[in-house]
Design a protein. Structure first.
Length: 67
C-alpha cells in the first residue's frame, strides 16, 4: 500500500490532467514509433529532405500517385 501511495503521489499532476482533459500522449507516441521504424527500415538517408518525404509517405498518408 505504501508503494502505491508513493507512486500516486509522484504522479498526481498527470492523473489530474488526464481526468480533467481526458487525453493522453498515445497518438504522439504512435507517430514517433512510425517515424523511428521508417528511419530503421531505410538504414539512413543522405539528406533530411528525403527523410521528410519518407515520413510524410508512411505517416501522413501521402498518395503514391497524386492526381
Amino acid at each position: 500500500m505504501k508503494k502505491l501511495a508513493r507512486s500516486l503521489k509522484a504522479r498526481i499532476a498527470n492523473i489530474v490532467t488526464f481526468c480533467t482533459h481526458g487525453i493522453t500522449n498515445g497518438v504522439a507516441e504512435g507517430i514517433n514509433s512510425k517515424r523511428m521504424s521508417t528511419k530503421r527500415r531505410a538504414g539512413g538517408y543522405r539528406n533530411i529532405e528525403n527523410f521528410k518525404k519518407a515520413i510524410f509517405f508512411y505517416c501522413g498518408g501521402l498518395d503514391l500517385y497524386p492526381q
